[in-house]
Design a protein around this ligand. Structure first.
Ligand code: GLA
Length: 382
């Protein structure tokens, strides 16, 4: 990403130079909506993200400028100082969560910009949170470890942005490693880097360009459904805290005690966790055809049981199937955004041309194509 835009803007606004930090967005190969259920996920950081220049200003206030939105916000660091602009609440929330954990923050000036498309399901918001959590931790010597920075980002979403998200996005953004996916157990935060170089295949995102907005979306409702089902199961199996601890037989026992909707959601969540474990085995064996089959199964589950897909995304998935793509599914929280596609090299060009053309024909929209490059996590650039 071009640093000069941020550099020049900071110089113009504040007449000086600050530190430059970057955090990426993420993809997730499989394991969707499993994080807040205490299951596993398999994300990786990408080469797109958020870039921020930051410098302490010796005051008690933060002066922030979003280049992409051409908007300025000024706020204090006390709870009562919450800014009205939603983008600024991510920065404010990170500051507050750090202060709550004992950090001694001071005011700073900052300018930021991103090349991770907003609302595409690539976790632009986690990239923003991680950028500031990582940077402020270093600049003000707060001494948080990387897992604490991840939690600071997640709690920002919960407490300041209205999304009851899991831990995956912030974890991938902070811990990302080039050429590796992260197999993360979300109940313990134990993780393992899984080398990911699918010989003979490419991974590509197709953006439906239909905006995905998790705030006020049914995302929180999905989480509630899963918690309802887990609570019903726990009556028979006290060891079950979340659906990641449960199996389908346990769910069947309580089928009549929960709503049909909660039952469907829970079926998906339990199956998806099992699918992830099977997929990790297939990955180890280099069996990408099985990986791909599982990816399609996830799409089916997300569309029919979890009901977080859209007609546009279902269509992108259908076209992928027609083109012989190895695996394709909706990625991220859902309700719009991208599909992630595992495509054999010899089918790649034809797939891209076909999907773009057919999507335009059907919806009149220009799908965007993002080849995936698995990259490093949060870092200081200068
Ligand atoms: C969003 C959330 C994540 C995760 C995914 C679905 O990206 O922020 O925590 O729940 O949706 O897997």
């Amino acid at each position: 990403m071009d640093q000069s835009v941020v550099r020049n803007k900071f110089k113009n606004e504040f007449g000086t130079e600050g530190y430059l930090y970057f955090s990426p967005g993420r993809v997730n190969l499989i394991g969707e909506h499993t994080d807040y259920n205490g299951g596993c996920v398999l994300p990786g950081a990408i080469d797109k993200g958020m870039l921020a220049e930051i410098k302490p200003n010796g005051k008690n206030t933060v002066s922030a400028y979003s280049i992409d939105l051409d908007d300025h916000a000024e706020f204090g660091l006390e709870e009562a100082d919450a800014p009205t602009q939603s983008w600024a609440r991510y920065i404010f929330g990170v500051c507050r969560e750090m202060i709550k954990r004992g950090a001694k923050l001071e005011g700073f000036d900052t300018v930021f910009s991103g090349d991770v498309p907003l609302g595409a399901g690539l976790s632009s918001s986690a990239a923003l949170e991680s950028t500031y959590a990582f940077a402020l931790n270093e600049i003000f010597n707060c001494g948080f470890d990387k897992k604490e920075l991840v939690l600071i980002g997640q709690k920002t979403e919960h407490n300041y942005c209205g999304v009851n998200c899991g831990i995956m996005d912030q974890f991938a953004s902070v811990f990302g490693k080039e050429g590796h996916l992260i197999r993360l157990d979300c109940s313990t935060m134990d993780y393992e880097y899984v080398p990911f170089n699918p010989q003979g295949y490419k991974v590509v995102l197709i953006d439906s360009v239909c905006k995905h907005e998790l705030v006020d979306s049914p995302y929180n409702k999905r989480r509630q459904s899963c918690e309802n089902a887990a609570a019903a199961i726990a009556k028979n199996h006290p060891e079950v805290k979340l659906l990641g601890d449960a199996n389908i037989a346990m769910l069947e026992e309580v089928k009549d005690q929960i709503s049909e909707e909660d039952y469907k959601r829970a079926t998906y969540a339990i199956q998806e966790n099992e699918r992830l474990i099977a997929t990790c085995e297939a990955l180890k064996a280099g069996d990408y055809e099985t990986v791909g089959k599982n990816i399609y199964e996830t799409h089916k589950g997300m569309s029919e049981l979890y009901e977080v897909s859209t007609p546009e995304i279902d269509y992108l998935n259908e076209v992928a199937k027609e083109c012989g793509v190895t695996g394709s599914r909706i990625m991220g929280g859902g309700f719009g955004g991208c599909t992630i596609n595992l495509v054999a090299d010899d089918k790649y060009d034809a797939f891209i041309a076909t999907v773009v053309e057919k999507y335009k024909g059907k919806f009149g929209l220009d799908a965007k194509v993002y080849p995936v490059k698995i990259s490093n996590g949060s870092r200081r650039l200068a």
